[in-house]
Design a protein around this ligand. Structure first.
Ligand SMILES: NC(=O)c1ccc[n+]([C@@H]2O[C@H](COP(=O)([O-])OP(=O)(O)OC[C@H]3O[C@@H](n4cnc5c(N)ncnc54)[C@H](O)[C@@H]3O)[C@@H](O)[C@H]2O)c1
Length: 371
């Protein structure tokens, strides 16, 4: 079996998670890695047996033996590096969020068409068993006419860096573009858009907040300037609506989880449950996901591998074993909703998708180590 040859740029926290996934895929060979931090590069390449190491992105991309390049850099480098990868004729796989602004996400989407290369965005929640089960129910029509979705994500005290985990770039908009809406909401909104068939956003309202105190030393080091909480409401072309609450930090005990409501039934995604009324009696169903997981891994092992994770799905798509989910299209609509919430908060009113598209600007960084 010919192995799919992968190159990875950025072997930090999430880069290593990708390497762990590739290490359990016998169809894959990670042939080269690039990181601007030589100590981290050596550590990761030694640990995962990667033979070719680069600190310079340009020289890394001069290689002509890579089937794809996996971009695990901070948000404002997603667009310039992914576009450069595709311009040089490689299929690009990029971490979430798609980019730090809607304009940059759109440039990535356009570049995929322009250069005729596949673009895949890491949207982990699409591969959860909960999502796969919910999709079966939705696609079979069990929910009836779907009219509203609720996107929620909750951390009580979990802002990156200032509350502990992860690096300072997450909380500085010069690197990230935003906070909780860019980091976590991406997963929850994209999960719902996928389940709903990626409807087109038409109008958005919302606001973002930073109200809760934090460690002053870490605030200073990071230049913390992003939202810890965002809320919004989106209207889609076909009349569907979605409300959004996303928190990195809030004085509350939870939001209750994302959900989809239809005329015949509703689904809650976390934990997964199905709710309906039969013969005039309300009925609530829970699911045995462990049993499903066992069967998926045995009886349906071949099929389930294609959707086992974002990385495995990408490898299956590259090899023509599965059709690539439209993660770039879903991530682009997710980015539009995020940008709409920010713009609405700034203008103090509901905004149209056309306004967001017209006003969004690139915040992409110049790639420091391209030449
Ligand atoms: N940390 C997480 O749990 C997590 C989860 C999901 C998604 N992500 C996403 O992954 C991305 C990276 O986050 P992270 O947590 O891995 O950050 P990180 O800081 O741990 O890793 C980033 C890596 O990129 C390297 N790098 C920076 N500039 C570079 C350049 N010009 N050329 C080559 N290498 C360069 C850094 O040296 C570092 O090793 C972000 O977009 C984030 O949203 C992170």
């Amino acid at each position: 079996m010919k192995k799919t040859r992968i190159g990875i740029i950025g072997v930090g926290i999430i880069g290593e998670q990708h390497l762990i996934n590739y290490a359990t895929d016998d169809r894959v060979e990670v042939a080269a890695a690039c990181d601007i931090n030589p100590a981290r590069l050596t550590e990761m390449c030694d640990k995962y047996g990667i033979p070719n190491r680069y600190e310079n992105i340009g020289r890394f991309l001069d290689r002509d033996d890579l089937d794809t390049v996996d971009v695990c850099l901070h948000n404002h480098l997603h667009a310039p590096v992914s576009i450069e990868v595709m311009r040089r004729g490689r299929h690009a796989y990029c971490e979430k969020p798609m980019a730090g602004t809607f304009a940059d996400a759109r440039d990535m989407h356009d570049a995929s068409r322009k250069y005729g290369r596949m673009l895949h965005i890491q949207l982990a929640y699409l591969y959860q068993l909960e999502t796969q089960v919910a999709k079966r129910f939705i696609d079979s029509g069990d929910l009836g006419r779907i009219y509203h979705a609720r996107s929620t994500g909750f951390r009580r005290r979990g802002r990156p860096f200032v509350d502990g985990y992860a690096t300072k770039e997450f909380v500085n908009s010069d690197w990230s573009g935003g906070g909780a809406l860019f980091d976590m909401a991406v997963y929850h909104i994209s999960q719902l858009l996928y389940l709903l068939g990626n409807p087109e956003p038409e109008r958005i309202t919302g606001k973002v907040y930073q109200e809760i105190g934090m460690d002053p030393v870490r605030r200073e080091i990071s230049g913390y300037n992003v939202e810890e909480f965002g809320c919004g409401f989106a209207r889609f072309k076909d009349g569907l609506t979605m409300d959004i609450v996303e928190s990195w930090a809030a004085h509350l005990d939870g939001f209750g989880g994302s959900a989809i409501m239809g005329s015949e039934a509703g689904i809650r995604l976390e934990p997964l449950s199905f709710h309906t009324t039969r013969h005039d009696v309300q009925s609530d169903t829970t699911f045995d996901l462990d049993a499903m997981k066992y069967r998926e891994g045995t009886v349906f092992a071949e099929r389930s591998r294609h959707y086992a994770s974002s990385q495995k799905h990408w490898v299956s798509a590259l090899r023509g074993e599965a059709e690539l989910l439209d993660t770039a299209g879903i991530a682009l609509h997710t980015s539009l909703i995020q940008a709409g919430i920010f713009l609405s908060g700034t203008l103090g009113r509901e905004v149209t998708a056309e306004e967001v598209k017209a006003l969004s600007k690139s915040a992409a960084r110049v790639i420091p180590n391209l030449t």
